[in-house]
Design a protein around this ligand. Sequence first.
Ligand code: PLP
Length: 383
Amino acid sequence: MLPYGRQTIEDDDIAAVAEALRGDFLTTGPTVEAFERAFAETVGARHAVACANGTAALHLAMLALKVQPGEVVIAPSITFLATANCARYVGADVVFADVDPDTGLMTPQTLAQAIGHVGDRRLRAVLPVHLRGDVAELPALAALAAAAGAVLVEDAPHALGTTMRFGNAAETVGDVRHSAMATFSFHPVKTIATGEGGMVTTNDPAIAERLRTLRSHGMVRPAGAEPWWYEMPEPGFNYRLPDILCALGLSQLKKLPRFAARRRTLAAAYAEALAPLAPLVRQAVRPAWSDPVLHLMTVLIDFEAAGRSRLEVVEALKARGVGSQVHYIPVHRQPYYRDLYGDLDLPGADAWYARCLSLPLYPGMEDGDVATVVSALRAALKI
Ligand SMILES: *Cc1c(COP(=O)(O)O)cnc(C)c1O
């Protein structure tokens, strides 16, 4: 069975974890900082703060910005639940932005529409999601957010390794040139894996310090105080990432260039193999500024024209040993958000959802696997 995504764990990753287990610190030791430094350097940010998972990273970002109850956070509807939920954790309201139906990304147009729904409330943060690994139009989104008094927080778990070019400058996702923070996840399907794990990057030292305090109960140790003394100006959480997992993260991060190259090679093979299936099957559209390390190989299928439902296609793929997944059910359609905000009309998100299907993509795939997947897709669609 080819799953839609999976981790690549090798002997040296296992050895790195074993070494951490034999060391003095299972948690809160020097490997945390080593992983953070290596990660910051990799993406080109000044600071990186490790935490328990990508959801904790988003929650910490909201806390670091001191987002208050009744304030507003804008999130796209096509994303994982956590992008919206982090606003609710701090009592803020979510305004859902629509997405471009062919990229799945929040755009300046859909953000402008969403800002129109903020009303009298205070908008604090806009959370673009680099869906699949392609990057949203950050400079334009940042300008709109700034004009409304808010900052960007990039929810970037799909885009570790993605580079971009706005004008002449080459940039890397996570370098946070247009945003206050970027968040990452090391869940097994993401580009590097620690089982559970997350990271926040920022160029602002005050934000970095707040993130570190808040991930460990909100405890601070004032300079000059007795060695046992700590103070808690505001409650935080236990969102730490243990040394055991930071050791795995460090080992995985060294492989990012290889993992990224393999994902790019597989994506190019998909592009070639899928081209003859148009217009029934199309790839998600790549924005001009984006040079992605794709996390997801999402295709857009016209199920109606094919005369096959998505469920039939998913089951036919499965019968041929090919896993697939839907990224994502629009978050504004979740019962919780319907109860809160009623039935919203976000036609781009609905159009994306109606057609999307993610096919297997991970570094451990063999060369012939792309052809296997595409011929299974042809068979499933009877084309
Ligand atoms: C994976 C993911 C998250 C959550 O990360 P976890 O580590 O699973 O908590 C949040 N947002 C997006 C876009 C993700 O893909």
